[in-house]
Design a protein around this ligand. Structure first.
Ligand code: APR
Length: 418
């Protein structure tokens, strides 16, 4: 702990110990910039919380560049194939051999967070766990501060030159922005997923996207014994509404297990309901307060971009903060928002494209608001016609992905890239 820190003062206060906050903390620490991470949750929770797990090649390069990739090099698994299943059959895209020839590394996010945390703490970094940031004050000055509340309710206050809001979409950074300082672009895709973690080996050696009239189903390997599944469900479905048997039967049906092989079943160890939403804040800065990761923009999980953007933004912000604090050059901070927004909107665009590919119109499982239909005309009225139109577009998109090399290259580049 530095002298400044004993006085609750530092150069950079980082809110949140997720991928964004911890990459930023490590990079600042490596450059000798004084910082503190304030994290609401306890340490054990932070490093065991299962979230995403797909790291883009570019993310791995960033982590390697800063000596943060030992764990994922040892335990991560290269992944470069995805499979699509629909009423028109199935096909595989070996995206590692397309586009720029890049792969994903599958590495559960909690392991990455544990690696980043351990590196930060062993190199002398300070994380105040169980410390909730309440508000960022005076962000429009060069002496911002953060009021905090400890787990036992004790209030406190930190002061710094800069504050990095890496505390997610419901964090204190977003809450502290004056309404006229930042604009929020928001989209509710009208689609809901039941996210499931199963204690079961993956059922195939690829990510699988199953498009079905009953709704989308997805399969994503995590480790040799744990698999993530997604099931599209009606908006408002409680997480515990479906029995395990019903979940497996539905997954099996939508993934067409009878045609392509049964799923490896196991205990469902975690479930959550996710309404697919996206948002972007513009600009990603208010005075001395900078936003990164989910706090900057929320990308729906359909294309697994969230953690990758968090790492990228953290690296850009770290470089800009070091330039400003060590070399007195604030140009990087001035350019931060525009630079990151370009990446963020590209990720939003691809993730939106994926959402439209995987779901029926209006987000309901079959593209209408009722039960599945096999009509092939627009006789059911304008809404019905539009949903059939959307469904046919979807089939055509999938057919293009199956047959057109240029579509496949485009997909590969955006799927693995950030
Ligand atoms: N004070 C302190 N800490 C807070 C506060 C607060 N008021 N609010 C939230 N936090 C903490 C959370 O407990 C969490 O540990 O901020 C952290 C934010 O971490 P993430 O949610 O992992 O966000 P980020 O680092 O931006 O990572 C981005 O990875 O898996 C994806 O969906 C995830 O897209 C997200 C991503």
């Amino acid at each position: 702990m530095t002298d400044k820190q004993t006085r609750n003062a530092t150069d950079v206060i980082i809110l949140g110990a997720g991928p964004a906050g911890l990459v930023l903390g490590n990079l600042l620490q490596n450059s000798g910039v004084d910082c503190v991470v304030l994290e609401r949750a306890e340490q054990a929770y932070v490093q065991t919380r299962a979230r995403a797990g797909f790291l883009a090649a570019h993310t791995v390069r960033i982590l390697e560049r800063h000596g943060l990739a030992d764990g994922l090099r040892q335990r991560g698994q290269a992944h470069s194939v995805c499979e699509f299943r629909s009423a028109d059959g199935r096909f595989r895209l070996d995206y590692g051999g397309l586009g720029r020839g890049e792969r994903h590394t599958v590495y559960p996010q909690q392991l990455l967070v544990a690696d980043l945390l351990s590196r930060f703490l062993t190199s002398g970094g300070r994380v105040d766990f169980g410390t909730e940031a309440v508000a960022v004050l005076d962000a429009d000055t060069d002496r911002p501060s953060v009021t905090v509340r400890a787990a036992d309710g004790r209030p406190g206050r930190w002061q710094a030159r800069y504050v990095a809001g890496c505390d997610g979409r419901h964090g204190a950074a977003r809450r502290s922005l004056p309404p006229d300082a930042v604009r929020r672009y928001h989209c509710d895709h009208g689609v809901t997923w039941l996210g499931l973690l199963a204690e079961a080996p993956p059922s195939l050696d690829a990510v699988c996207y199953a498009v079905h009239e009953r709704g989308f189903a997805g399969h994503m390997a995590r480790t040799t014994d744990i698999t993530r599944y997604y099931l599209q469900c009606e908006r408002g479905t409680p997480a515990d509404a479906w029995s395990e048997e019903r979940i497996w039967d539905e997954l099996e049906l939508r993934m067409r297990g009878s045609e392509y092989g049964p799923l490896n079943r196991g205990r469902i160890v975690q479930r959550s309901v996710v309404d697919l939403e996206s948002d972007v804040l513009e600009p990603l800065r208010h005075g001395s307060l900078f936003l990164a990761g989910d706090a900057a923009g929320l990308v729906s999980p359909s294309a697994a971009k969230g953690a990758n953007l968090a790492v990228l933004e953290a690296e850009i912000l770290a470089g800009a903060l070091v330039s400003a604090l060590v070399h007195g050059d604030a140009a990087g901070l001035d350019a931060y928002s525009a630079r990151c927004l370009a990446y963020l909107w590209r990720a939003q665009e691809f993730s939106h494209w994926m959402i439209r590919l995987l779901h029926g119109a209006n987000g309901s499982p079959d593209g209408s608001s009722g039960s599945p239909s096999h009509d092939s005309t627009s006789n059911g009225g304008a809404g019905r016609g539009a949903s059939l139109f959307h469904d046919s577009l979807r089939r055509s998109r999938i057919a293009s992905l199956r047959t057109s090399r240029s579509h496949q290259d485009w997909f590969a580049e955006h799927y693995v890239g950030v």
